[in-house]
Write a protein that binds this ligand. Sequence first.
Ligand code: F6P
Length: 358
Amino acid sequence: MPSPRIGILTAGGDCAGLNAVIRGIVTAANSRGMEVAGFAEGYEGLLNPQTARILSVDETRGIESEGGTIIGSTNKGRFQLRRGPDGAGSLPDSLVRATRTALDQQRAGALVVMGGDGSLRTALHLTRAGLRVIGVPKTIDNDLESTDMTFGFDTAVSRVADAVQNLRTTAESHRRVIVLEVMGRHTGWLALHGAVAGGADATLIPEIPFDSDLLTRFVKESERRGQRSCIIVVAEGARAKAGRQIRKQTASGENRLGGIGGYVESIVARTGRETRCASLGHLQRGGPPTAFDRVLGQQFGVRAVELCADGMFGRMVSYRFGSVTDVALADAVNRRRSVSPDSQILRHAKALGLFLGE
Ligand code: F6P
């Protein structure tokens, strides 16, 4: 590597474990005599390279157990790829030039991007424009191809599981059905794992559009069997067989997934059962990472530094079959990993008696 300095940034929505990756990168880089410059607020920081700062081992000691990211992030900034008429994404040349300039100004020989699908697509574009980039897969959705696990997922699953257990006690007291809406975008990994971990009764995921009549029948039967409570975990991207995904307009005019929990509540209420709905929202992303995410995050950081040192750019760190490895960025992005009918977790969830909407 020509320069003993690595530039890093955290892009897109945050998740637990980002600081663990930062800690891993800084420690591994320093032990090889390399410095790390952290660009602030995601890709946006490349447009203000003077705000980047050198991260020291001392400053990052202990941050592996802290949520969030010490260098900030921006979800959907100016570096978001624009879809052309052919569906392919592109980045204006001016932003590629700005990235080159920012890395030169910081004397960084490589850029490590911690991000989900959108941010890593931008990383791939920068790689194809000739820049030395490495990706580290981050998202609570766990929807990236070529890695069995993204960091942040395990923590989010724990949050969902805790919420299911907490809702259970109040639902039991009042003989209620409680619908819990969780994140996950267009995949049901988070809902499914969270429902199994928390011992929910049902989970509705985007990959299996649910039958409303079967859902009400399931709720009535659970009551007939003598169950006092019923907890239904619904992924934000789920939809009824005859319906569409439900979206809501945010105050800033964005059109985001959200609201399916209320819809499911209204369907279940037709049974006459007292029904409530809770939405877990950003509680799934905030707070300290689980031990698993602390370990995985730091290991991902170490591997990213190894790739930089070996000059293996255009690669993404990955977790496969229990080991940390790396894959081509091009094989990981633009291909959503969904819950397929033969996914083991799906078969096991059914075997465990979870109702899946069909
Ligand atoms: O992709 C991660 C994620 O948390 C999704 O599960 C969710 O739909 C989205 O980001 C929420 O984004 P924001 O923080 O911008 O509301």
